[in-house]
Design a protein around this ligand. Structure first.
Ligand code: DX5
Ligand code: ZN
Length: 219
């Protein structure tokens, strides 16, 4: 895929969420899509921060990809696990504002100290205002466009103003959107200023994943 695809000078990137992949043949599934996606999105859930459990660092260690692993931690006390995920191969670690509270800045710095890129995610009820003080540090802001916890939910269009707000504040890092991203909702997010599309069910259910990737990226 053309690496020069840009929107306001930003490369549009696609990160498939492996939550919707076949875990029985995960590395094969990943290898088969690497050519036309940009990162691999790994959803980590603990059954506390969200009402679902997925996988931990020992499993991430066995994920093989030529692409960077983008690890989305939907867990309580993420600071206790950052080191494990960094050592398991994460290139980027994204934590939730709601799980870090006032320690958000120090958790982001901890992620950096392990040589990873750092990102912050906000649930639908959390305003951009709550993360303004870390925008100088975060490589990514991940705007949740569903309540985190499960794949296959419907996109919340009322989250789109958060993307515009972040860009109007001058934020130049990656703005990711996660939840219900497909060929219809991705363009809305890109138009608002998002450049990192996370897609689980739409992408992995597509008969032609290369075509699905092109539709999401708008090429
Ligand atoms: C939801 C996860 C998402 C999810 C996206 O809590 O963070 O990454 O897997 O799945 P879809 O694209 O099916 O909404
Ligand atoms: Zn996610």
């Amino acid at each position: 895929m053309n690496d020069e695809i840009k929107n306001n000078g930003r490369k549009i990137k696609l990160a498939p969420s492996i939550l919707s992949a076949d875990f029985g043949r995960l590395n094969e599934e990943i290898a088969s899509v690497e050519e036309f996606v940009d990162l691999i999105h790994v959803d980590v859930m603990d059954g506390h921060f969200v009402p679902n459990i997925t996988l931990g660092a020992p499993v991430v260690k066995f994920i093989k990809s030529t692409l960077p692993l983008d690890v989305h931690l939907m867990i309580e006390n993420p600071d206790k696990f950052v080191k494990d995920f960094a050592e398991a191969g994460a290139k980027r670690i994204v934590v939730h504002k709601e799980a870090c509270g006032e320690n958000l800045r120090s958790v982001l710095m901890m992620i950096r100290s392990f040589g990873c890129e750092c990102g912050v995610s906000i649930k639908p009820a959390t305003p951009v205002e709550d993360i303004k003080n870390v925008l100088d540090l975060a490589d990514e802001v991940l705007v949740m466009t569903v309540e985190p916890g499960f794949g296959g939910q419907s996109f919340m269009e009322d989250m789109v103003p958060k993307i515009r707000e972040l860009r109007s504040l001058g934020y130049e890092g990656d703005i990711g959107v996660d939840g219900g991203i497909n060929d219809k909702t991705a363009p809305v997010c890109i138009d608002a200023g998002a450049n990192l599309l996370i897609s689980g069910s739409y992408f992995f259910k597509a008969a032609d994943k290369k075509e699905a990737a092109q539709k999401i990226k708008g090429v």
